[in-house]
Design a protein around this ligand. Structure first.
Ligand SMILES: *Cc1c(COP(=O)(O)O)cnc(C)c1O
Length: 387
């Protein structure tokens, strides 16, 4: 199925999917799978949600693309919505997570340039982080496996150990223009930041006049039970990067910044497809579903169901080390490789995904039912039993 014609950037499962509804997907043979992956934390409302379909349908009949030379109602409305839901002032729209992070990096560099400190261009990133695959976001990704074949990387990057206050304190200086952190590390293995660490990062950024950037590409848009992950941690960054769940499956990314960090002038940055009417209409529908219904409150209840059941697994199987994450972005940390478990679960009709080498990542649609959660965990238990 396209294998011959596609660059081999992913090692894929031997399956072809053609239909999805809610938290279930179907392959070409008609086999049903329960989806704990949600397109890697993207389909926050599940597959083919009526609100998403409606927004696509209505907007596609009006205007799909017009460029950022002109104003459109949907772009303005979405920007206003994001600003009003957050503690921030201005938005830049793009199409993906990596683009959102590139934007944040450029904002930080420009911010540094506008100060009177010579060479204020260093960006601090966390070990084990993941921020994307383009050259800027790759340079701030704290994992050499993603970087090693693509040297030389962008310069001016310093790294510090995640959750290590002392190390951050030693690394930050007057030369720092930005510090980028995932409130919950995703690809690195589902590791939550400590609240005290984020608070200290904020203090240090204030002290050294640097911008605090939260990469919420994976942990944002309701994953933690709040629209923005920073709210779940009670620490407000200067810049928030979003993508994945923002369009509920339609590609859209965004950067939210406070007044201080909104330093772009015309010509500094751009994005042809960024904020196109179709993407913005879908995202508006997604945000409305999340904020006007009960989905977000229920995320916290669903987290409890997961954690209670996984706690039982922990008591039973000694290869399970701990559970980390928040809301519906959870990781089961193992002493063994996650790959084997992911493969066996797949055979039994459960889609799950690893994170790092030893973590099972659970990022289902936010509106998954309690029954589906229990059914998925039952399958997982069967897999554990067979190990
Ligand atoms: C997925 C991810 C990205 C990259 O997003 P793309 O849309 O694939 O470019 C960046 N940061 C984090 C935290 C992510 O999880």
């Amino acid at each position: 199925m396209g294998k011959k014609y596609l660059m081999e950037t992913y090692s894929r499962f031997d399956v072809v999917f053609e239909k999805g509804i809610g938290s279930k997907v179907y392959d070409t043979e008609g086999k049903e799978y329960l989806d704990f992956v949600a397109g890697v934390a993207v389909n926050c409302l599940g597959h083919c949600h009526p609100a998403v379909i409606k927004a696509l349908e209505v907007q596609s009949k009006n205007l799909i693309h017009i460029s950022n030379l002109y104003w459109t109602p949907t772009q303005g409305e979405l920007a206003e919505k994001l600003v009003k839901l957050s503690d921030h002032d201005e938005v830049f729209f793009c199409n993906s997570g990596t683009e959102a992070n590139e934007t944040a990096i450029k904002l930080a560099r420009k911010y540094g340039k506008l100060t009177d400190v010579l060479g204020k261009n260093e960006i601090i990133t966390m070990d084990n982080s993941f921020h994307g695959r383009t050259m800027g976001s790759l340079a701030v990704t704290g994992q050499s496996k993603y970087q090693k074949d693509f040297m030389p990387l962008m310069s001016g990057i310093k790294s510090a150990k995640f959750n290590d206050i002392d190390e951050l304190e030693k690394t930050i200086s007057e030369k720092t223009c930005g510090v980028i952190i995932e409130p919950i590390q995703g690809e690195g293995g589902i590791i939550s930041a400590h609240k005290e660490f984020l608070m200290k990062a904020k203090d240090l950024c204030e002290k050294y006049n640097a911008l605090l950037i939260f990469d919420e590409v994976q942990c944002g848009i309701g994953r933690t039970g709040d629209v923005f992950a920073y709210k779940s941690f009670g620490v407000v960054p200067d810049i928030i990067c979003m993508a994945k769940g923002l369009g509920g499956g339609f590609p859209i990314g965004a950067v939210l910044a406070n007044k201080k960090a909104s330093v772009f002038k015309p010509g500094d940055h751009g994005c042809t497809f960024g904020g196109n009417p179709l993407g913005c209409a879908v995202s508006l529908a997604v945000i409305k579903e999340l904020t006007e219904g009960s989905i977000l409150d229920e995320v916290k209840d669903k987290e409890k169901i997961f954690k209670k059941e996984i706690q039982k697994f922990m008591d039973k199987y000694d290869f399970i080390r701990k559970i980390d994450g928040k809301g519906l972005m959870l990781g089961i940390h193992l002493d063994i490789e996650a790959k084997k478990i992911v493969g066996k679960a797949f055979e039994k009709g459960l889609l799950i995904i690893g994170a790092g080498n030893n973590t099972i990542r659970i990022v289902p649609p936010l509106n998954i039912t309690d029954y589906e959660i229990k059914r998925g965990l039952k399958i997982l238990e069967e897999v554990f039993e067979e190990l």
